[in-house]
Design a protein around this ligand. Structure first.
Ligand SMILES: CC(C)(COP(=O)(O)OP(=O)(O)OC[C@H]1O[C@@H](n2cnc3c(N)ncnc32)[C@H](O)[C@@H]1OP(=O)(O)O)[C@@H](O)C(=O)NCCC(=O)NCCS
Length: 136
């Protein structure tokens, strides 16, 4: 069953502006080391950050919380499988929220998909619950 969906559209130029203005303060507050490493080795650094920003916003919507002041952005973290497919891992408050919304006897799976076409970066997140122990 579907527990939640979320989407977000982020403006790459706005993210570039924030990177220019706040630099590492912004990077370290919002993005994990894995996210930063991926973005910093890319030609399109701001686009890569913007997709991950959109993913975090979309995930917070799927979790039903939205983004409140003071939440730990790094508790929603994007990494990539060797195929390039993005995956979202949640920790801290986001993990607590996910556990809270997952029905007894089920496990939650977070699906995420990203795209960008300058100046926009977009993410969709779907949270699914499957009966525990069921194969993929
Ligand atoms: C996947 C693919 C269609 C992306 O299309 P694109 O137009 O270049 O880029 P988009 O902006 O639409 O999407 C990029 C995002 O797609 C996602 N993506 C990449 N590979 C993916 C895959 N195999 N499955 C699902 N999503 C994937 C990533 O999140 C990527 O953003 P990120 O690298 O910043 O995380 C394209 O890269 C492709 O066809 N790749 C061929 C497969 C390949 O090269 N595999 C190499 C390893 S086996």
């Amino acid at each position: 069953m579907i527990l939640g969906i979320g989407t977000d559209l982020a403006n790459i130029e706005r993210i570039q502006g924030t990177l220019d203005r706040f630099g590492d303060r912004f990077r370290n507050r919002v993005f994990t080391e894995i996210e930063q490493a991926k973005a910093e080795r890319r030609a399109d650094t701001a686009g890569t950050y913007a997709k991950r920003w959109a993913a975090k916003e979309a995930c917070s919507k799927a979790l039903g919380t939205g983004l409140r002041m003071g939440i730990a952005w790094k508790d929603m973290a994007v990494s990539n499988l060797h195929t390039g497919q993005p995956v979202m891992a949640v920790t801290g408050w986001a993990r607590d929220r996910l556990d809270e919304m997952t029905p007894e006897g089920h496990e939650a799976i977070i699906h995420v998909t990203l795209t960008d076409d300058h100046p926009w970066a977009q993410a969709f997140v779907v949270i699914e619950a499957r009966p525990a122990g069921q194969p993929d």
